[in-house]
Design a binder for this molecule. Structure first.
Ligand code: HEC
Length: 300
């Protein structure tokens, strides 16, 4: 930089156009490397006198060129002749052979595997409503029973203490018609005792009619704690699962089968225990209502 400014100062102001300054500042600080200078000299010499005898450095450059260009040609020819022998000369190692022989994963398998999570997601979604529909009141009832009733009546309906057993057809004997059982579970011991309706279920029950409170325990009323559909589901579980009721019966088809119209109506809110006998009047449904009523021995 210093030498540059000195130079600039030496030049008289009048002969100092901008172009001069630019030339000065760049040419003066850049050194051309030695080998580039040599190369340009050689090139210039070659251009100047093609006829003139070349000086020392130029001569070797042409001489080896002719011999060198002949040599690779021979080598290439040799290569062509030797080529077919090459694969025989170098056999695969066992590891490489095993690698080449192994079964490769086909592209279609990779594609299939990559969409597997999507398929799984759709499968799970698709299965949900089907499962709910297939189980119906019996399947739903098992769950309602397990979490609300089994604590007193036993996981298999075997009965614990004052809470009666349902097994071996016992509950079918107490309630020959499902509506009486639904009303009993809906309202519970206290409502019957308070209403002075002590006999519940079949008055001619084999082994004796049931009397509210006679067991020494209290059956809770489930009105308001379970939905009407949940109560029906639990009762279906007690009658047709735990007690072993006949699933070929008309009652089962109407109330507890997976296609039960009444169950669907209770679930959907188009019927309640208060009006189910009106909504399904053509099916001979007995009124359930919300007040205790003495039970019957058979369907009228
Ligand atoms: C707190 C304990 C308890 C729970 C919980 C309970 N029960 Fe009861 N259950 C009883 C008792 C005690 C009796 C007998 C009532 C009586 O003597 O008045 C009874 C009686 C019954 C009867 C009459 C059986 C017969 O043959 O006389 C049915 C049906 C019944 N329970 C269904 C259910 C259902 C359905 C549930 C669940 C939604 C349930 N119980 C939950 C204690 C319970």
């Amino acid at each position: 930089m210093n030498s540059c400014t000195e130079l600039v100062q030496d030049v008289p102001r009048a002969d100092f156009p901008l172009r001069t300054l630019r030339r000065l500042s760049f040419t003066d600080v850049t050194e051309i490397p030695e080998h580039l200078l040599k190369r340009s000299k050689a090139a210039k010499a070659k251009a100047d006198g093609a006829e003139a005898p070349a000086d020392a450095p130029a001569a070797p450059s042409t001489a080896p060129a002719t011999t060198a260009s002949a040599a690779p040609a021979v080598a290439a020819k040799k290569d062509v002749e030797a080529a077919p022998a090459a694969p025989v000369a170098k056999p695969d190692t066992p590891v490489v052979a095993a690698y080449k022989a192994r079964k490769k994963i086909p592209v279609w398998a990779m594609v299939t595997l990559s969409i597997l999570p999507v398929w799984l997601f759709m499968y799970v979604l698709a299965m949900k409503p089907v499962t709910a529909k297939a189980t119906g009141p019996l399947g739903d009832g098992a769950a309602v029973y397990a979490s609300n009733c089994s604590g007193c009546h036993g996981g298999g309906g075997e009965g614990i203490g004052s809470a009666y057993a349902f097994t071996g057809g016992a509950v079918m004997k107490t309630f020959p018609v499902i509506e009486d059982q639904l009303r009993w579970v809906y309202l519970g011991t206290k409502a019957y005792v308070d209403a002075g309706v002590l006999g519940y279920g079949d008055p001619n029950r084999e082994g004796g009619a049931r009397v509210a409170g006679a067991s020494g325990g209290q059956m809770p009323g489930w009105k308001g704690n379970l939905t009407d559909a949940e109560i029906l589901a639990a009762v279906c579980d007690e009658r047709y699962n735990l007690s072993g009721g006949d699933q070929a019966s008309e009652e089962f088809a109407l109330w507890c089968s997976p296609e039960s119209e009444i169950y669907l109506a209770l679930e959907g809110g188009t019927a309640t225990f208060e009006n189910v006998h009106e909504v399904f009047a053509d099916k001979g449904v007995i009124a359930i209502g919300s007040t205790p009523v003495a039970g019957v021995s058979e369907r009228p």
